[in-house]
Design a protein around this ligand. Structure first.
Ligand code: GAP
Length: 450
């Protein structure tokens, strides 16, 4: 894949994320856990906003999609039926010289750790083993005895919790096909080559929706969901020119898929366009396999037409962490500011995603300014996540908020105490409005999404 024309901001984001409390290396004081990350105070808000927006558009705003929260630990037969025990493998090669491990099918994207200008296997000293298949599922034990009968897996995708609950949800909600089931939850994959910050990790969150349809109508629904999901990414501010569809051809298709497209985002630098979401036509692969392995009928009864059938499934599957990374990359800017020597770093996050919606400043700690600013912040807190700050120069405080993407800053100054007005500064236009303190909430409510 050719390098992107967009800048590589990954190292800058890793550093900003740690400094400002978005994302930390997991278990950092012990030297870190490989490719596992913790979300700090601002990161947890950002990722939660992404998950809330997904839930709102996929479940709350639709009467044909129901929500679910299935357990991570499932009956081990689930993963035999799904094909994961036999087939969820990547070909692994080891280098006997540098002890590096690489995916045999992705060697062209990898670098020799000892000679980064070469690919693994290309340098003179490389000694690659023959590829061996490596199952990506994490195994653990249910109950106190470590015996094979109690082996369970950490789910590698949330989708299977939806398939096994298909009839439970359909019958309890009296939904008629076509309808969908959506859930957000953790998934685990023992990736051979994780990396690129939170792009590919071993523990991550998925937002998945399975839409059950009558066979024959599947490609129409496939096209519907493809368009709908692209619209969602754009609605949250991802630049249209950094998004595209990638069609899976023949050998790229997963074992369950009749058709598949990825939505890709251009992360910049050498990473370039990469998958953030998969849209798959899974046919009746999953329901028929679960029917076979469980010996339970999973057919849908179409009462008006008096017929039974196994629905086909259109799946939309997006990573919450990957979307968080795309949102951060998309928002990151280094800008010059007119009339100021120092430029600014700003996260131009969509207002719906910004972790803090407004910051309230007291210009100085005197003349009743902090009291008034605290009162305003206290009122706004009932409605939005708000930050209060009274330290450092006002310029520095603006910069701190720009860097974490806060859309509005409200300043209480000497005049405020006299006439009850405050300034509201817009992150993107840098324009300042002077308005009555009692009008601040309405002003923000008009400009921030509900
Ligand atoms: N149920 C289908 C499924 O899981 P997938 O393409 O393997 O499909 C869907 O995964 C999405 O989950 C990806 O587009 C990506 O956003 C996210 N994802 C998958 N593996 C990941 C990993 N190791 N780290 C972070 N996100 C991952």
């Amino acid at each position: 894949m050719p390098a992107s024309t967009q800048p590589d901001v990954m190292d800058k984001l890793v550093s900003l994320s740690k400094r400002r409390g978005f994302i930390f290396q997991s278990s950092e004081i012990y030297g870190g856990t490989g490719s596992v990350w913790d979300y700090g105070p601002l990161g947890v808000e950002l990722k939660k906003n992404i998950k809330d927006q997904w839930w709102k558009s996929m479940v709350r705003m639709r009467d044909d999609v129901e929500g679910l929260d299935a357990a991570i630990l499932m009956h081990p037969r689930t993963w035999e039926a799904s094909g994961h025990v036999a087939g969820f493998t990547d070909p692994l090669v080891d280098c006997k010289t540098c002890k590096g491990r690489f995916r045999a099918d992705k060697l062209e994207d990898a670098r020799c750790p000892q000679k980064p200008s070469k690919r693994p296997g290309e340098a003179e000293q490389c000694q690659l083993t023959e590829p061996r298949m490596f199952n990506l599922m994490f195994r653990t034990f249910m109950g106190p005895v470590e015996e094979s009968a109690s082996t369970v897996y950490l789910r590698p995708e949330t989708a299977q919790g939806i398939f096994v609950n298909f009839l439970n949800v359909q019958q309890s909600t009296r939904q008629k096909v076509p309808f969908g089931i959506a859930q957000i939850g953790k998934a685990f994959r023992n990736e051979i080559t994780p990396g690129n910050f939170i792009f590919r990790t071993r523990e991550f969150e998925q937002m998945e929706m399975q839409f059950f349809v009558e066979p024959g109508t599947d490609m129409t629904w496939f096209e519907f969901w493809k368009a709908e999901r692209m619209r969602w990414h754009q609605s949250l501010g991802l630049s249209p020119d950094r998004l595209n569809f990638h069609a899976h051809a023949g050998t790229e298709l997963a074992h369950y898929a009749r058709a598949a497209f990825d939505i890709e985002y251009d992360f910049g630098g050498t990473l370039g366009f990469q998958e953030i979401e998969g849209i798959h036509n899974r046919g009746d692969f999953d329901l028929s396999r679960h029917q076979e392995f469980s010996n339970k009928k999973l057919e849908y009864f179409d009462q008006p037409n008096n017929k039974r059938f196994l629905p086909y499934v259109i799946e939309t599957s997006v990573g919450a962490d990957r979307t968080t990374l795309a949102a951060l990359v998309n928002a990151y800017r280094e800008e010059t500011v007119e009339g100021e020597d120092e430029g600014r770093t700003v996260l131009r996050l969509h207002h719906a995603l910004a972790p803090i919606k407004a910051a309230v400043f007291a210009l100085t700690k005197k003349e009743g300014m902090p009291d008034m600013a605290h009162r305003i912040a206290g009122d706004l807190r009932h409605h939005f996540p708000v930050d209060y700050d009274e330290t450092g120069s006002i310029g520095k405080r603006y910069r701190r908020q720009d860097e974490v993407g806060t859309p509005y800053c409200i300043t209480v100054d000497t005049e405020s105490v006299k006439d009850g007005t405050v300034t509201v500064r817009d992150r993107d236009t840098l324009k300042q409005d002077r308005i009555g303190a009692d009008a601040v909430r309405g002003y923000l409510q008009e400009r921030l999404p509900a």
